[in-house]
Write a protein that binds this ligand. Sequence first.
Ligand code: AMP
Ligand code: FE
Ligand code: FE
Ligand code: ZN
Length: 289
Amino acid sequence: MASTEPRPAQTAHAARYDLHTHSVFSDGTTRPADIAQEVAASGLAGFALTDHDTIDGWDEARDASRLHRVEFLPGIEITTKFGGQSRHLLAYGIDPSADELFEELAEVRTSRLGRAREMVRRIAADYAITWEAVVGADDRTIGRPHIADALVTAGYFADRGTAFQRVLHPGTPYYIGTYAIDTVHTIHMVRAAGGVAVLAHPAAERQRGPVTPTDLTALYEAGLFGVELEHPEHRRDWLPTLEHTARELGLVVTGSSDYHGAGKSNRLGEHSSSRAVFDRIRESVATPE
Ligand code: AMP
Ligand code: FE
Ligand code: FE
Ligand code: ZN
């Protein structure tokens, strides 16, 4: 017999969490405090800040999250490579005093600076931009989006996306790679730092191909905790194989927006994760908030 009891409000408005966001501490355009405010305004229950190769935004995000009464999960997106391919690894709840990991991250950030400087030197032969305009005044993880912003400000392109298409993608003579940590080694360091590692956007369309079942299995064996299967830049036709492998391995599956403020069209919360997933991550890490 069907129950006549009203369904609790919780069912209609189940708590959702955006587990992948960027601030001005890397290549987002929003301050961490403003992301927390936007999270509250959009009706999400909480978020993770996952700036590229830095945790410098954590304190501001944590304080603002208390103010706006949303839950905060400290995170980072690490520049790694596996089998010669660039792979971004999200890490949650790492201990900020984990020396080995943060020494490696310092190396990644130093390499990013040198590489961006050389790319700007090449680009400046054809476009009137300066290193000062790219590097900016703040201490943030420098990437190609900051070169894109300088090109947009100088009036060459309408937005970051167009600057990437025309000047910044790996097929151009201006492109230079950057140091990335081996993905398996990164997973080991994240675990040693009390965190959990989640493979970011494994089916992003800008990649040459999706992460293969063989590679996903190897990363699982190295200690991978989860995989971000819902992401705005995923190619739908690449997903079924990944979903199948993730289910077979018992990986935690997350969804996130990869919000970059005005730097990308991704909208905050356009993909998200459940409270069960959020709690599972928090219960598994050294620095849960
Ligand atoms: P980098 O870390 O310097 O190699 O630059 C990669 C970053 O650029 C990624 O984190 C993306 O957020 C961003 N990105 C890549 N393609 C685009 C695009 N078409 N439009 C805007 N941002 C992009
Ligand atoms: Fe980015
Ligand atoms: Fe990424
Ligand atoms: Zn990202």
